[in-house]
Design a protein around this ligand. Structure first.
Ligand code: PEP
Ligand code: MG
Length: 752
């Protein structure tokens, strides 16, 4: 709005002032809406001003007008997507036309008497990114509305959106979709199991603008600029490593956000808001609403991601204006985190809060945030369509992952059912806990070793409780992801010593750094790869940046002097990579000895089978490794050529299928006598675990939350029966293996 003149700002301020007075009025809703449209028409020098509000069925109802026939009010309704009003609602952008009747979307409504009006300007009325209506001005003359007038009308629409949503008004408009208030249930896919009840916390936290209109625009502008300066300084501080902890986002995202924070257009839009008479907070909310609405409408994932980053920035700025930029400060008790998606580093920031569940509009079950949620024992449901649009901060929510459902603003009956289920679950937990000391053996005596996956010190608390025989996979990368510089050998040694100490007599398999893919750390900045999951990650990075690998191995050796050390290398793709890594480790053992340190009492070196290429070399690598572990999360993504993080592909391919199970059976058989486990997420799901046992795997490592259910399945299973069943299934074509196994369980009385 560089060409905006002071008159426009002056008139918009005048208008906002009178809207504020109207807001304070006692009158009924209709009278207030009528006053608003006539004031707006007068100040905007428009022949017509109309407010259309969105009804629950998506139609737009003319609710107040100055200039059109008054009989049309509450009788003219534009169907979802109909006419120019529908076009504004659809695009969520202002539509300005000098010759509206000739536009192809124009829908003629004789009852409104709109024949004489040629020009049309419609802007969306948004609240928290949700469309609640459309504000329209029309003129008889053919005119092109200048950009500054469009901006002013948008500002007015923002304020109107807030006024209409104010509780006393919205309660008088029950048929309209002002704010979701009715109970509703939303469904998605369960990523981490559990039952929970709590209060919606929107991620990142909403800092609502309590005051919309400013008394002193100059002072607001300078507050806004101070906020922007603090925001940029804060981000710089994080990036230059002055801050002790990493902020709300992983560093790569943080860098992107820091870059966006310098964006002059963003600043310009905000300054325009304050100059037009909004408070700094309301100006940010206006811009955030626009970002959010565009994000929800964007079909392109890349664009959605960028808009998501912008929204994160808006939220950060609001927190700065409120005088704090501490993400977790806003977390209420019994919080249910509601987000479009969340990164692993972000989720770790909530580790010490009273988080009861996580609901995501997107996300995937094998993504690292889901893995962390399972490790933390926090129920998580993802891929809930429309979640953000239907949830208000503070909504009461019940989460039931068995049904993959979130009940928003639930009614007493849902609460009653929840409480009954909760009591039953507690009783069930007591029963299952009693299993923890029971040996994991099938009915016909086949022992299946159950281990747990971990990545945080706090996970080790589950080791005894879960009854796991050890840690089959310790993911070491989380320490690297949450600190903003490469952890030093000392810090790594401390972590590994704590883990070994907490594990007591039980073995721990440490996997060396697996950064890359969706696990980004600070020192990895550089060119973004086209296919990071298949890029420079895991052992590839370790072999190229030997210093990082060597320091980690050194820390592992220091933490396990005279103790048992199991080291496993991730994403080995060719046998020579394993040879090279093993040689580095053995050299480190010699070096430690030369320094007077004790070598481990027992050293076992293993490789992960995650790349199909190594699966085909398994008999060769099995001769060189002390043990192997199949990482089905990665192996299946490469096997099916299906990104493990893709929401759209999540349901398409199934490990319980002939190609996948035959492949895994081949791997197991070719490993010979070398112990080989499965440590992907599938091992923790009873039905999948059952199939894995059926093809011969007898070591499974899984999130602790899956252990008791898998053990229960094992105790109820006759191994010989199962093996025959699987053989039989794999001999058939076009067999629905999931279904077959479910039926098998039903006839055998096995609970899965
Ligand atoms: C796997 O790929 O199955 C695995 C266990 O490793 P991560 O999930 O950490 O990639
Ligand atoms: Mg992996």
């Amino acid at each position: 709005m560089a060409n905006a003149n002071l008159n426009t700002f002056g008139s918009s301020r005048r208008l906002l002032r009178s809207l504020r007075e109207l807001m304070a009025d006692e009158g009924d809703t209709q009278t207030r809406l009528d006053h608003m449209v006539s004031q707006i028409a007068r100040e905007m020098v428009a022949d017509v001003c109309s407010i259309y509000l969105r009804r629950s069925d998506g139609s737009m109802e003319l609710c107040a007008t100055e200039g059109l026939k008054s009989e049309a009010v509450h009788s003219t309704r534009m169907k979802d997507g109909e006419g120019l009003v529908g076009l504004v609602a659809e695009s969520l952008e202002p539509i300005s036309l000098s010759d509206a009747p000739h536009h192809k979307r124009f829908s003629y409504r004789p009852e409104t008497g709109e024949d004489p009006y040629q020009s049309f300007l419609g802007v969306p009325m948004l609240r928290a990114g949700r469309l609640i209506g459309v504000l329209v001005v029309q003129n008889q003359a053919q005119r092109t509305y200048p950009e500054d007038e469009i901006d002013v009308l948008q500002t007015i629409a923002t304020v109107l959106g807030e006024i209409v949503s104010a509780t006393d008004l919205s309660s008088q408009l029950p048929d309209f979709e002002i704010k979701p208030s009715l109970p509703e249930s939303m469904h998605g896919r369960t990523f981490a199991k559990g039952l929970a009840k709590g209060i919606a916390l929107l991620h990142a936290p909403e800092v609502a603008a309590t005051k919309l209109l400013s008394d002193d625009p100059e002072a607001e502008e300078s507050r806004l600029k101070d906020g922007l300066r603090d925001l940029r300084n804060g981000l710089d501080k994080l990036l230059t490593g002055e801050a002790n902890t990493l902020g709300a986002v992983s560093l790569e995202v943080l860098e992107m956000i820091a870059l966006l924070a310098q964006d002059r257009n963003w600043e310009k839009r905000l300054v325009e808001g304050t100059r037009a008479g909004l408070t700094a907070e309301a100006a940010v909310e206006q811009v955030r609403s626009e970002h959010r609405a565009r994000m929800m409408a964007a079909k392109d994932q890349y664009l959605r991601d960028r808009l998501h980053d912008l929204e994160e920035l808006d939220n950060r700025l609001l927190r700065h204006l409120a005088g704090t930029d501490n993400l977790t400060q806003f977390i209420p008790e019994e919080a249910i985190l509601v987000a479009r998606d969340i990164g692993p580093a972000e989720l770790l920031e909530y580790a010490n809060t009273d988080l009861r569940a996580i609901l995501l509009e997107e996300g995937t079950s094998s993504g690292h945030a889901a893995i962390i949620a399972r490790a933390m024992g926090i129920p998580m449901i993802g891929q809930i369509r429309g979640l953000l649009a239907r949830t208000e901060a503070g909504d009461r929510i019940i989460v039931d992952t068995n049904a993959g459902a979130a009940y928003l603003r639930y009614d007493p009956m849902v609460l009653e059912a929840f409480e009954a289920r909760f009591r039953a679950q507690t009783a069930e937990r007591v029963r299952v806990n009693a299993l923890k000391d029971v040996a994991s053996i099938t009915r016909d005596g086949k022992a299946i070793k159950l281990m747990m996956n971990a990545g945080l010190v706090l996970d080790l608390e589950n080791l005894d409780q879960s009854g796991a025989e050890g840690v089959g996979l310790f993911r070491t990368e989380f320490q690297f992801m949450v600190s903003n510089k490469l952890p030093r050998v000392d810090a790594q040694t401390t972590l590994y010593s704590t883990i070994v100490e907490n594990a007591g007599d039980k073995p721990v398999t440490f996997r060396t750094l697996d950064l890359g893919g969706d696990k980004i750390a600070r020192f990895m900045k550089g060119e973004r790869e086209e296919n990071p999951a298949m890029g420079w990650r895991a052992l590839r990075l370790g072999l190229d940046k030997k210093g990082i690998l060597i320091y980690q191995l050194r820390a592992l050796l220091r933490a396990t002097e005279d103790k048992h050390l199991r080291v496993m290398f991730p994403l080995v793709s060719i046998v020579s990579e394993f040879d090279e890594a093993k040689e580095i480790l053995l050299k480190e053992v010699e070096w430690a000895k030369s320094q007077g340190r004790k070598p481990p009492k027992k050293l076992e070196i293993g490789a992960m089978v995650e790349a199909p290429s190594i699966a085909w070399s398994v008999s060769e690598i099995a001769k060189k490794a002390d043990f192997l572990s199949v990482g089905t999360n990665d192996l299946m993504q490469f096997f099916f050529a299906s990104d493990r993080g893709s929401t759209k592909l999540g349901e398409r391919y199934d490990i319980l299928s002939k190609p996948a199970l035959s492949f895994l059976k081949f791997i197991k058989e070719n490993a010979g006598d070398t112990p080989i486990s499965v440590c992907g997420e599938h091992a923790g799901r009873p039905l999948e675990a059952m199939a894995l046992i059926g093809i011969g795997f007898d070591i499974l490592s899984m999130p602790p939350s899956g252990l008791s259910a898998v053990k229960e399945m094992i105790l109820a299973t006759e191994f010989r029966d199962l093996r025959n069943k699987i053989q039989n299934i794999l001999a058939q074509d076009n067999c629905d293996i999931r279904n077959e196994l479910r039926n098998f369980c039903e006839t055998k009385g096995i609970i899965v």
